[in-house]
Design a binder for this molecule. Structure first.
Ligand code: ADP
Length: 179
């Protein structure tokens, strides 16, 4: 599934983000930046220890990464040259600024990518695992946040990597309503 919006190709892919060959992949990290389970664990495992070393350096310099913010490391052994680590919100029922914070995670990842002149980026479905954000709601926020940024910044390609058919179908159903 793919479309073009304001010159940027948008692709939905059912797969494992650690295998993507975009210049950057985005990690759904936690604010410690010191690794975790889910996609975070998979990225550190596939990318090797260099990514964690760089995360530790960032921790020393600037402390924890606040929710909605993003930091960047190299990609270690991954095909991707960079990993952008962003922290999505924990779902606490929806009245705790979750949509804004989730949108910020996508937007700040793209701002950082732009700063590094990165043209191709792959996103996982941030916050929809352990952090419990309802998948349909998260999908709408993700697609809208990226669209909003594409009104300002240009990229070659943005991929949404969905880890299950269920997630992929949600994106497929929703994307035409937003783009
Ligand atoms: P969070 O703590 O932000 O919820 P998780 O890693 O628990 O992060 O889950 C975020 C999403 O990433 C979930 O939809 C999960 O299915 C998905 N996911 C887990 N592993 C991978 C992977 N290797 N590639 C892409 N997506 C993944």
């Amino acid at each position: 599934m793919e479309l073009t919006y304001k010159g940027t190709k948008i692709k939905l892919i059912l797969g494992d983000i650690t295998k993507e060959d975009t210049e950057a992949i985005v990690n759904a990290a936690n604010s410690s930046l010191l690794g975790g389970g889910g996609v975070d664990g998979a990225i550190h495992k596939a990318g090797g220890p260099k990514i964690l070393e760089e995360c530790k350096e960032i921790r020393k310099r600037q402390g924890k990464c606040p929710t909605g913010e993003a930091v960047i490391t190299t990609g270690g052994n991954l095909k991707a040259k960079y990993v952008i680590h962003t922290v999505g919100p924990v779902w606490k029922g929806g009245n705790n600024n979750e949509p804004k914070l989730l949108a910020n995670a996508y937007k700040n990842s793209l701002k950082l990518a732009h700063k590094y002149n990165i043209k191709t980026i792959a996103f996982p479905s941030i916050s929809t695992g352990v952090y419990g954000y309802p998948k349909e709601k998260a999908c709408i926020v993700a697609l809208n946040a990226v669209k909003e940024m594409l009104d300002k910044l240009n990229f070659e390609e943005i991929r949404f990597i969905l880890f299950s058919k269920y997630d992929f179908d949600i994106y497929k159903k929703t994307i035409n309503q937003i783009y």
